[in-house]
Design a protein around this ligand. Structure first.
Ligand code: ADP
Length: 266
């Protein structure tokens, strides 16, 4: 990949920014803020899509375990979103960056007028070198919390929708794993990383298995759906390991990391 300035959407999942106790992984969040600030300093425009509100909120509310009841999940999302934005604001602030919160639900994308407003908001923020931090509005909608089939399903799909909306050049999905393998590495020790995918078809979905880690929600399946949408709109999509943020620097310098789903050029 060349060094030209790009518009990049970076998605980070719950399992990357929280630990098994539901506490925030402060070091990862700080490193993420540093890497994204550097990407911006190189002249790129960056949008961050971040999950993790419910896990962080449940922990802060001392619920003991992830809430099951919808109203408690939505309450936890409200508490956790606030905490996440506080941490991001602080960490990005170290590097003199301004962040903005955008909370979306499916309706905001379906209605043409709202969609246009949203596009304009993203443009205005990016023009002013602000880093938009996007999440699904879990306290109002319930697509991520409840359903697998609705528009966003989880934030993987949200990140692809945002990438299309912002006409991004690249979507980078940070996961708890190095990329897309020929089988689930949790169960198969001999699983091999697939570094480049030109065509996302049914046979690929079969390799993805079910939902992933306990704290993450989507597994590889929703990452494939996100990659399918983004690549169909001409956006290169990468799945890389969120615990190795040096990969972001390597990618900017033309390195090959994780799995690249190659954009279609219609
Ligand atoms: P995140 O929270 O980072 O979005 P998820 O836990 O939702 O991550 O999804 C990643 C998980 O998907 C991996 O840890 C892995 O166990 C599982 N998985 C299933 N099939 C595959 C595959 N073919 N390649 C890589 N990971 C897979």
């Amino acid at each position: 990949m060349s060094k030209k300035k790009r518009r990049i959407v970076v998605k980070v999942g719950t399992s990357t920014i929280t630990n098994e106790l539901g506490n925030s992984k402060l070091r990862t969040m700080e490193e993420l803020a540093l890497a994204i600030s550097d990407l911006q300093n190189m002249g790129n425009e960056v949008v961050l899509v971040s999950s993790g509100a419910i896990a962080v909120g449940a922990n802060k509310m001392r619920l003991g375990e992830k809430p099951r009841e919808m109203r408690m999940k939505q309450a936890a999302a409200a508490v956790g979103q606030c905490e996440n934005m506080f941490l991001y604001d602080k960490f990005f602030g170290y590097y003199d960056k301004t962040v903005a919160q955008i909370l979306l639900n499916a309706e905001d994308i379906r209605q043409e007028e709202k969609k246009e407003n949203l596009t304009n908001t993203f443009e205005a923020l990016l023009e002013n070198k602000i880093i938009p931090i996007v999440n699904e509005n879990d306290s109002v909608s319930y697509t991520e919390i409840e359903s697998e089939d609705k528009l966003f399903g989880d934030n993987d799909m949200l990140s692809a929708v945002v990438a299309v909306l912002c006409r991004a050049d690249m979507l980078i999905i940070l996961s708890d794993i190095d990329g897309f393998y020929d089988k689930d590495p949790r169960f198969y020790k001999d699983a091999k990383l697939i570094s480049r995918v030109e065509e996302i078809d049914d046979s690929l979905y079969e390799l993805a298995g079910g939902a992933g880690s306990r704290r993450g929600t989507g597994g590889m399946r929703t990452k494939l759906q996100a990659a399918e949408l983004a690549t169909s709109q001409g956006i290169n999509t990468l799945v890389v390991n969120g615990s190795k943020l040096s990969a972001l620097y390597s990618l900017m310098n033309g390195g090959k990391e994780g799995t690249l789903f190659v954009a279609k050029h219609n």
